[in-house]
Design a protein around this ligand. Structure first.
Ligand code: SAM
Length: 252
């Protein structure tokens, strides 16, 4: 399902990050997890290090950090997204990026090939990331927390992780990573709000993200109207977000 979803979105909007651009404002009571994640990644970067971008999609983020590394390998299972990523090969920053169509659960890379592996809201095949990382190498992740868009999912009665994500995803991920031989360097939950400027902007947002992979503007109109009525504020339509950021080091 996920592969088809990301292909569908890339086809419709010309990529993942490059595609949809609904207007919204964010309020971060404890800092922006995206900024913090990027700071942590760049803090560990070096022109001697090779990095793996798991689930790189259209490569927008990959390109933004590529100049800080010797080389970045971007992998994804969505061919349409990778085609968008490769279409930016005239960009100077693409010189040290290599994209390939690969499933993150079983990659073609040798053991201990990377100094860094990172994942921005992509799949969590920790065993494989552990395998391809060198000892003392780092794994960084920005992931989706169990409380993300919870009120919206409750009104829709479905959605990503709905009814399944009942425990702290941060704790669960940390436990799995520690069991594999990673040590915690940094681990934090971030709760924040987004405010969408209109119903149409909010609808456009939902078309491009996997909160409901089967989102349908027509079929879901009643649920969406119900949510918008309940969560409209003078700042816009409020959506509660939850992200987790973790930085781990492979010690064994
Ligand atoms: C939410 S998007 C994030 C894209 C990008 N990392 C970003 O931050 O904009 C998740 C990406 O992971 C990719 N993906 C999902 N499962 C995968 C797998 N098993 N192996 C490789 N990529 C996968 C999807 O195709 C999609 O492009």
């Amino acid at each position: 399902m996920a592969k088809d979803f990301y292909d569908k979105v890339a086809k419709k909007f010309g990529g993942y990050g490059y595609g949809t651009s609904p207007r919204y404002k964010s309020e971060y009571p404890t800092g922006s997890p995206e900024i913090i994640f990027k700071e942590k990644l760049l803090g560990l970067s070096s022109k001697n290090k090779i990095a793996l971008d798991v689930g790189c999609a259209d490569g927008k983020f990959t390109l933004s950090i590529a100049p800080s590394f010797q080389k970045v390998y971007g992998i994804d299972t969505s061919k349409i997204n990778l085609d968008v990523a490769k279409s930016h090969n005239e960009d100077e920053r693409s010189k040290n990026v290599e994209y390939s169509l690969q499933d993150a659960s079983h990659t073609s890379f040798e053991d201990s090939f990377f100094e860094i592996a990172y994942c921005r809201r992509g799949p969590s095949y920790y065993e494989e990331y552990h395998r391809v990382l060198k000892i003392k190498g780092h794994y960084l992740e920005i992931g989706i927390g169990e409380m993300d868009t919870i009120e919206l999912k409750k009104i829709f009665g479905r959605g990503q992780g709905f009814g399944k994500w009942d425990k702290s995803r941060l704790d669960k991920n940390l436990k799995k990573l520690q069991d594999l031989g990673f040590q915690v360097v940094f681990a934090e939950n971030y709760h924040y709000f987004e405010y969408y400027l209109s119903y149409e902007e909010f609808d456009l947002f939902l078309q491009g993200v996997p909160i409901f992979e089967d989102f349908d503007s027509e079929k879901d109109r009643v649920s969406l109207q119900k949510y918008v009525k309940k969560f409209s504020t003078d700042k816009g339509i409020q959506l509660s977000r939850h992200r987790l950021v973790l930085v781990m080091q492979k010690v064994s």
